[in-house]
Design a protein around this ligand. Structure first.
Ligand SMILES: [Zn+2]
Length: 90
C-alpha cells in the first residue's frame, strides 16, 4: 500500500512538470529537432544503401562500373565518393 502511495505521488509530480514544460515555443523546437533528425536519418540511410551496393559490386567484380552507361567510373571520382555508382557524364 505504502509503495503504491509513493508511485501515485511521483506520477502526479511528473505530469505537473510536463505541463509546465510544454510551452508552445518548446513544442515547436522539439518538432523542428525531430524533423531535422529525420532528414539526417534518411540521408544516412541513403548513403548506407549506396555503400551496401558498392560492397556488393566489389563482390560481383563490377565495382567502379557506371550503372547508367556501363563505362568505367573515373578514378578521382571514386576516390572522392567511394560509393558513387555513376560516372561524371550522368
Ligand atoms: Zn556513365
Amino acid at each position: 500500500m505504502e509503495e503504491n502511495g509513493i508511485k501515485e505521488g511521483q506520477r502526479e509530480e511528473l505530469s505537473e512538470l510536463s505541463t509546465i514544460d510544454n510551452h508552445p515555443a518548446d513544442m515547436a523546437t522539439e518538432v523542428y529537432d525531430k524533423e531535422r533528425g529525420y532528414a539526417l536519418f534518411e540521408n544516412e540511410k541513403n548513403i548506407l544503401a549506396k555503400i551496401d551496393a558498392a560492397l556488393k559490386n566489389i563482390e560481383d567484380g563490377t565495382y567502379g562500373i557506371c550503372e547508367v552507361c556501363g563505362g568505367e567510373i573515373e578514378k578521382d571520382r571514386l576516390e572522392a565518393i567511394p560509393y558513387v555508382s555513376t560516372c561524371k557524364n550522368v
